[in-house]
Design a binder for this molecule. Structure first.
Ligand SMILES: Nc1ncnc2c1ncn2[C@@H]1O[C@H](COP(=O)(O)OP(=O)(O)O)[C@@H](O)[C@H]1O
Ligand SMILES: [Mg+2]
Length: 344
């Protein structure tokens, strides 16, 4: 029998007035791994996190944490979950130490244990030097680390991190990544939401891409990459007059018309499903040579998680979300992503 998932979502729906935040989410998140919920701003990530952590009731559907229903058994859920996120629970009028000590006391720890736990966490998050300063004096990165430490006080089996690195400086981001890695090595299940593809790629064992309240893709980062277009052949001709002939060669080998960037003398095409990219590339190279076409550049490119994300979250005119990127849009413009503004 398969192990019980740490978190299970079944047909989860939530609307806010006319706005549908979650439009029927089904997901199983395995225990002991990092699950990445990846989606642009407004996709529904925080709504899902708030439901999972019992802060918000779904309109319909179910969410189970370690088998406990978030609506029917919220206390059981709260006992197994630690949360850190955008609605950060850091008290400015307390020092870093006092913040964590208070959380430990709320969990019913004795004074000595609460104090040791708070000191240990402060040191783990590189906050020892700032332990006795008011949180009001902390930088954004320090506050985020303190908030994350607060989620770990009770050493919960499931930790939920809502965009833990959005707006963080690069060093604090790397520190956070280290901590996530450490948690998983200790056997904790981590649910992490992010708008950053690189972060999901680095940290998550499995990824669900969500857009407009729906899961548009799910799998390991490798599965997602190979599901989206797979490989592409790209070439740049030495002479613009060869573009038409090169276009014919690429079209014949791949079975699809390549995209053309006339100014850059560049052609690209997706290798057909079931085709071996390396073989197709060799065939293209041989035909170009036999037709006397010189290329400045010729290569095989594998889809990145960026490609997957843009392909899946870009809406087609008919409203179908799962649409491949048009090659004329290449390379994808990361400015398409609606990044959260940086909060101090
Ligand atoms: N309390 C609320 N009232 C009204 N609309 C909300 C509320 N919370 C979220 N929404 C809307 O639901 C959608 C999903 O929001 P959210 O879950 O915060 O997305 P994400 O965390 O992925 O950025 C957005 O369109 C947002 O404006
Ligand atoms: Mg959010």
């Amino acid at each position: 029998m398969a192990a019980e998932p740490a978190i299970r979502l079944e047909g989860l729906r939530k609307t806010f007035g006319p706005k549908t935040a979650l439009d029927g989410i089904d997901l199983d998140m395995p225990a002991g791994a990092v699950f990445g919920l990846l989606g642009p701003n407004g996709a529904g990530k925080t709504t899902a996190v708030r439901i999972i952590t019992t802060l918000l009731r779904p309109d319909s559907g179910r969410a189970l944490v370690a088998g406990a229903d978030v609506v029917r058994e919220p206390d059981r859920v709260r006992r197994s979950i630690g949360v850190s996120g955008q609605y950060a629970a850091v008290d400015d009028k307390l020092t870093g130490f006092e913040n964590l000590y208070l959380v430990a006391k709320l969990y019913g720890m004795r004074r000595r244990t609460a104090s040791t736990t708070a000191r240990d966490l402060l040191s783990r998050f590189h906050l020892d030097d700032a332990a006795d300063r008011l949180a009001a004096t902390y930088s954004g990165g320090m506050r985020r680390r303190l908030d994350l430490a607060g989620a770990l006080v009770a050493a919960p089996p499931v930790v939920v991190l809502d965009e833990p690195t959005t707006g963080l400086d690069p060093q604090s981001r790397l520190d956070t990544w280290d901590i996530v890695g450490e948690l998983v090595r200790e056997g904790t299940t981590v649910l992490l939401t992010t708008q950053y593809l690189e972060e999901a790629d680095q940290l998550a064992d499995r990824i669900a891409v969500i857009a407009e309240g729906r899961v548009v893709a799910e799998g390991t980062s490798d599965e997602l990459k190979s599901a989206t277009g797979g490989e592409r052949i790209e070439l740049v001709t030495a002479d613009a007059r060869d573009l038409a002939a090169a276009h014919r060669v690429l079209a014949a080998v791949s079975g699809t018309p390549p995209a053309l960037d006339r100014r850059a003398r560049r052609l690209e095409v997706t290798v057909g499903a079931g085709q071996n990219g390396q073989h197709a590339l060799a065939t293209v190279a041989a035909r170009l040579t036999s037709e006397g076409i010189h290329v400045l550049d010729l290569g095989l490119r594998r889809a990145t998680l960026d490609d997957v994300f843009l392909a899946l979250t870009r809406r087609a005119p008919d409203g179908d979300t799962a649409v491949l990127p048009r090659i004329t849009d290449w390379p994808p413009n990361s400015g398409d992503l609606d990044r959260k503004e940086v909060r101090a």
